[in-house]
Design a protein around this ligand. Structure first.
Ligand code: F6R
Length: 239
């Protein structure tokens, strides 16, 4: 893995440049996307670049990492809503090529259909990841088998507490999520993980310098042939 330590603003610009380069060379690229606070700067930069005519998503396809079980796409805390609001409503990615796991239909057929759809689209060219304070990628919590495909997970109390900042109370935070598996993520041809802030320092140390273990799901990225980890100085503080 390549480690880049830079300011939050520069990380957004440098990661956005990877999207410009990818889409210039392969306009119909398949993008794996993430939600949460971390990608907001990157998404704002991609919207700015689109408005400036420097990037187009018109032939691209996207697959998001995860969705809360039980939330319809219209719920303002659903990840589909987040993506529409923060990226898709502002760029030219066609709606029919936007994919977010369903939070309402989590049948085995639908979950395996998500991996099948990624495969049918040609596989993910560039997967964007944030990282949970506990080392989760997507919603693959510690202990998730490294060979997992898209599946439903029970969120840890820790993750629900961290994410309760977006809800009225902890009780409203869904207990389960549908997520791409670790194998699904690792199948991407290239990966960008962004970590911002001191709360990520411990999991970044374990991810970059610790052993590869299911207890720190992001540590498996050490085995990926083309993974870039962008950290701000706070997230890199323990390296
Ligand atoms: C989001 C996702 C999660 C987040 C992680 C960090 O789609 O899959 O793994 O990337 O929980 O969240 P933030 O960015 O809010 O710190």
């Amino acid at each position: 893995m390549e480690l880049i330590i830079d300011s939050k603003e520069n990380i957004a610009a440098r990661a956005a440049k990877q999207y410009i380069d990818l889409l210039k060379g392969k306009p119909n690229a398949v993008l794996g996307l993430a939600t949460g606070s971390t990608p907001l700067g990157l998404y704002a930069e991609l919207v700015r670049l689109y408005q400036a005519g420097e990037i187009s998503f018109k032939d691209a396809t996207s697959f998001n990492l995860d969705e809360y079980v039980g939330l319809p796409p219209t719920h303002d805390q659903s990840y589909k809503y987040f993506m529409m609001h923060n990226l898709f409503n502002h760029v030219d990615l066609p709606e029919e090529r936007i994919h977010v796991p369903s939070g309402l239909d989590t049948s085995a057929e639908t979950l395996s259909g998500y991996d099948a759809a990624i495969k049918a689209a040609g596989g993910v060219d560039l997967q964007l990841l944030g990282i949970g304070n506990n080392g989760h990628i997507g919603f693959n919590e510690p202990g998730t088998p490294l060979e997992s495909l898209t599946h439903v997970v029970e969120l840890t109390l820790d993750t629900r507490e961290v994410n309760s900042r977006f809800f009225q109370s902890l009780d409203e935070v869904p207990t389960h999520a549908a997520t791409m598996g670790i194998r699904t993520v690792m199948n991407a041809r290239s990966i960008i993980l962004i970590a911002l802030g001191s709360a990520k320092a411990d999991c970044i140390k374990k991810t970059v310098q610790g052993p590869v273990t299911a207890e720190v799901p992001a540590s498996v990225l050490q085995l990926h042939p083309n993974c870039t980890i962008y950290c701000d100085p706070e997230a890199a503080a323990l390296l």
